[in-house]
Write a protein that binds this ligand. Structure first.
Ligand code: ATP
Ligand code: MG
Length: 832
């Protein structure tokens, strides 16, 4: 991966800032809005090959160019030219109808979902018209002055101008596992790019100002960088569905070829046979399945947006519905994130403002964007007056401390701030005093207060950046205690999640005592809280066992959060992770469904699959419900296809070989297919019973196969019965046979939705009016058409009433049998 760095043309970091400014035609003062707009036009958006939203014409063309559509189009035209005007016209019209239907359906929903997804696009901070402001990452242009802070994804390739304790994680770009320090200034070694920032890397610590040099696909890592931000990997559900589609498509091809060959060998009319075969293929291919999943998922995404969840990766909707365990960070989800400074205590345990004073200096000079530093700064607003930052060691989540070198009225002071046990370990104090301080921390924790310890040391010698070795021989200054009360809504949301089969686990970097108390307050009551130190001792296998029974974790390092997620996955759980910090990003990536919140750090948002517009577990519970509902509706399509529709087409193939005449004319088959598609239009809107949304919905290919293996043959049996009855009993003419069977086939295909849309009795759970309307309209059209003058165009011949009565009876008996067999078809082999 280091290759692009070596290519001469891209080594902008070997130039000085001034030289780059000349080359880019800009200054170091940032661009004006007008300049930026002009550059955006010139350089294009800061993204790789922007995912174009397909226009209607293009969408129609894409469908028209599919092989089956092309064949139909050609066949239709040939029919027209060879004298069968009406037949040809009908084929072309039906083809146009189907394509129009698909385009309208897919276009609207998918476009709307894409717009939503963009609404949570990553932000970048740039100087425009003299002030720093947040803009969409795509709007960044070469020449922009960037400000990047810990937790941001670096928006463009840029030359560093200023930095404080800035390190960048470039692991995904270069393979270098540790964050690399970045400093402004010239470099001599061409391999040394420590003064450059690369798009797609993660700002790990500190802050930097940099000049954007390249954007979008021109960046050193180009597409690789974008791939980092957008994970659109296929979920198991999507993969299985595709596989299923492929299997069916192959079977279709084989079947159609067999039918065609046999018919041609037996000397039947070639054009007719070809048309019949193609129509059969149209009826058989689950060409709608991918479109329907996308549409249903997109509709689900729109509904979820109504419930304040923005979906970035569509398939994650299913994963959210399948989720069995939700891991969550503590601050901001269980608590309000508006942490306030409650107490400042000195080393002797007395109230004294000094700890808070020093904490505030450190926080305002060199703090991160976390809630603790915000509370410290807000606690003593002008503490930092007269102090200047001289050096820094940014807060490190693994060591749980950070320091600031500050020069001010007291001279130069090294201030160290972090988790009590981490800071106390660096202080010069006897064991007794240390124990007393820790006892105080525990006492505060039992009152629900979380603490940060402050230590300091007078600095002698030259001013420079702080190193880990400097953080020794510290004097313990005292503790700052913060109130972080639980959210009023948390307890109810946790209960709701539990009722819907989702177990909650708290994964916090905070003190186990604080975690345990808070958990109790929101009704979570874990038996004990496992700490990061204990986890470090466990093997992956041992951890996989422990996580099953442990519901809260404290003092976790970022990689331990993702270790726990993986341990849960190893135990067969579908794991969700909700977090907002830079320390949550690894776990968000590892989880099956990563949830972050609007306004979270860039890395967390980039790693997440969904963004909550309100940081509240209530929203997650809503999302879970919506996810299950969406999935249940997709399952209806799949089941529909796997039962009647597929069965009918198989019977058609068999009949075309066995019968001396075509069991249905090609135009009739196409009409059948179109009406069937129409009948399904209402499915995405359908209701789902509370019983179905009450438990995690896990996709299972084996269950679908079981369903198809029972319902498919049932449908074929009834087709065979229909054939026999029509030929033997009613002595139907070919025209009557086709018409009667058309009606029977439409009725069974369409009406079975009312049976399989619910696991219980159909009359207990009413369909949504939209579904009832689409199904019954399609059915009505199919039943009336043969008896109208228009029917003759399709080759329908009105059968005698007695024949129709027989067909009606068969349909009723079929539906009754389907209802009787349904419990066996949907019963799963295992308990779930
Ligand atoms: N800016 C900071 N300054 C000093 N100490 C900090 C800072 N940020 C975090 N810490 C310490 O590190 C610990 C872990 O950080 P933090 O609480 O943010 O982790 P977390 O896993 O995100 O926790 P939570 O579940 O509360 O969100 C804190 O409890 C605190 O002791
Ligand atoms: Mg946090």
């Amino acid at each position: 991966m280091t290759k692009p760095l070596n290519s001469q043309a891209s080594q902008f970091w070997r130039l000085s800032a001034d030289a780059l400014c000349t080359r880019l035609g800009c200054s170091l003062q940032g661009l004006t809005g007008a300049e930026a707009a002009e550059r955006l036009g010139r350089f294009g958006p800061n993204s790789d090959a922007p995912p174009r939203i397909e226009g209607a014409m293009r969408a129609i063309l894409r469908r028209l160019l599919e092989p089956l559509s092309l064949i139909l189009l050609v066949a239709g035209l040939v029919s027209m030219l060879t004298g069968d005007d009406i037949g040809g016209l009908i084929i072309v019209l039906i083809l146009a109808g189907s394509i129009g239907l698909d385009t309208i359906q897919e276009g609207h929903a998918v476009r709307a979902a894409e717009i939503l997804r963009r609404s949570v696009a990553l932000k970048a901070e740039v100087k425009r018209d003299g002030a720093f402001r947040e803009i969409d990452v795509e709007q960044v242009v070469p020449g922009d002055l960037l400000r990047v802070r810990a937790g941001d994804i670096i928006p463009a390739d840029a030359l560093l101008l200023e930095s404080t304790a800035f390190t960048a994680g470039e692991a995904a770009l270069t393979g270098e596992p540790y964050p690399v320090p970045k400093r402004a200034g010239g470099v001599t070694d061409p391999d040394d790019s420590s003064n450059a920032l690369f798009r797609g890397a993660v700002a790990q610590t500190g802050e930097a100002i940099a000049l954007a040099v390249r954007t979008g696909g021109n960046t050193v890592f180009g597409a690789a960088a974008a791939a980092l931000a957008e994970t659109q990997a296929r979920s198991p559900f999507e993969r299985d569905l595709r596989e299923f589609g492929l299997v069916v498509a192959r079977a279709t091809l084989a079947l159609v070829l067999i039918v065609l060959t046999i018919r041609v060998v037996f000397g039947r009319e070639i054009l007719d046979s070809l048309l019949f075969a193609v129509a059969l293929a149209v009826g058989l291919t689950p060409e709608l399945l991918p479109m329907i999943t996308t549409v249903t998922l997109s509709r689900g995404a729109l509904r979820m947006a109504g419930r304040k969840v923005i979906v970035k990766r569509l398939a994650a909707i299913h994963d959210l519905g399948a989720m069995t365990v939700l891991c969550t960070d503590k601050t901001g989800t269980l608590t309000s994130a508006e942490i306030t400074l409650a107490k400042s205590i000195n080393a002797a345990g007395k109230d004294e403002p000094r700890a808070a004073q020093l904490g505030a200096i450190a926080a305002s000079l060199g703090g991160d964007r976390g809630s603790l530093d915000a509370a410290l700064t807000a606690g003593r607003v002008d503490a930092a007056q007269g102090w200047r930052l001289a050096g820094q060691q940014a807060f490190d989540f693994s060591r749980r401390l950070g320091s600031v070198l500050a020069t001010g009225p007291e001279g130069t002071l090294l201030i160290v701030k972090g988790a009590p046990e981490a800071v106390l370990a660096l202080c010069t104090m006897d064991e007794c005093a240390r124990e007393a301080a820790m006892a105080r921390v525990r006492e505060l924790a039992s009152e629900g207060l979380r603490t940060v310890a402050i230590a300091s040391r007078a600095w002698r010698g030259p001013l420079r950046e702080v190193e880990t070795d400097d953080e020794t021989d510290l004097a313990f200054e005292g503790l700052c205690a913060f109130a972080d009360p639980p959210k009023p809504t948390a307890a109810a949301a946790i209960a709701r999640l539990a009722a819907s089969g989702v177990r909650l686990k708290i994964l916090s970097g905070d003190d186990p005592v604080v975690v345990k108390r808070l958990a109790g307050l929101v009704g979570h009551n874990p038996e004990r809280v496992l700490s990061g130190a204990e986890i470090a001792e466990l093997s992956d296998e041992a951890l996989a066992v422990r996580v099953r029974t442990t519901d809260a974790f404290g003092r976790l390092a970022p990689d331990q959060k993702s270790r726990i997620v993986k341990a849960l996955q190893a135990g067969g759980e579908v794991v969700g992770f909700l977090g907002d910090g830079i320390n949550d990003a690894p776990a968000l990536k590892a989880a099956d469904v990563g949830l972050s919140v609007d306004g979270a750090t860039g890395v967390a948002q980039a790693a997440a699959d969904m963004i909550l517009l309100a940081s509240d577990l209530e929203v997650v519970a809503d999302g879970v419900e919506e996810g299950r509902r969406t999935f249940a509706n997709i399952l209806k399509y799949v089941r529909m296809g796997a039962s009647s529709n597929f069965g009918n087409m198989l019977s058609m193939a068999a009949a075309s070989i066995a019968l001396p005449f075509l069991p249905m004319l090609p135009t009739q088959i196409l009409l059948n297919n179109l009406l069937y598609d129409l009948s399904e239009l209402g499915i995405p809107f359908d209701r789902v019973s509370a019983q179905v949304t009450a438990q995690p919905q896990v996709w299972s290919m084996s269950r679908l196969v079981r369903f198809a293996a029972i319902m498919g043959p049932l449908s074929s049996v009834f087709d065979a019965l229909t054939f026999v009855a029509l030929l033997m009993l009613f002595k139907a003419s070919p025209g009557e046979f086709r018409t009667a069977w058309f009606v029977e086939s439409m009725a069974t295909q369409i009406l079975v939705i009312f049976i399989i849309r619910t696991n219980g009795r159909p009359w207990r759970n009413r369909p949504d009016p939209a579904l009832a309307a689409s199904s019954l309209t399609a059915l009505l059209a199919a039943m009336v058409l043969p008896f109208t003058p228009l029917g003759a165009w399709f080759g329908f011949v009105a059968p005698p009433p007695i024949m129709m009565a027989g067909v009606a009876l068969l349909v009723v008996v079929y539906l009754a049998c389907a209802e009787l067999l349904k419990p066996f078809a949907i019963r799963s082999g295992r308990k779930d």
